[in-house]
Design a protein around this ligand. Sequence first.
Ligand SMILES: [Cu+2]
Length: 127
Amino acid sequence: MRRRLLLRGAGAAAAGAAGAGLARHAIAQASASAAAPRVVPVVARRFVFIPNEVTLKKGEPVVLEFTAPEVVMGFFAPALGLRAVIVPGTPARVPFTPDRAGRFDFLCDIFCGDGHEGMSGRLVVLD
Ligand SMILES: [Cu+2]
């Protein structure tokens, strides 16, 4: 339940930050315009995120696109309220527009094996 709320909150925050109402958001998704957010691919494998550091720009909408070739993985950035479950075979897309600069750690929050506890990364948001 908490997971669902977090995801919903993150989506609403991203849409709000982009200044888009629901209708505008739908239109933006339907058209492949130049304003389409930058897609940042991240692979989650035992026991690393590749890349494990992603640099973003404040105010620039992105979609973090996670894939997990091996087993189910989690992505959780608590300070940003972002979370996703990454299922092999299905990319997990996390739309996100950073609204403040800083360094934000993320981690795998689904047990994936002996190295799970050390599986982490960082989003670096520049001004
Ligand atoms: Cu894990």
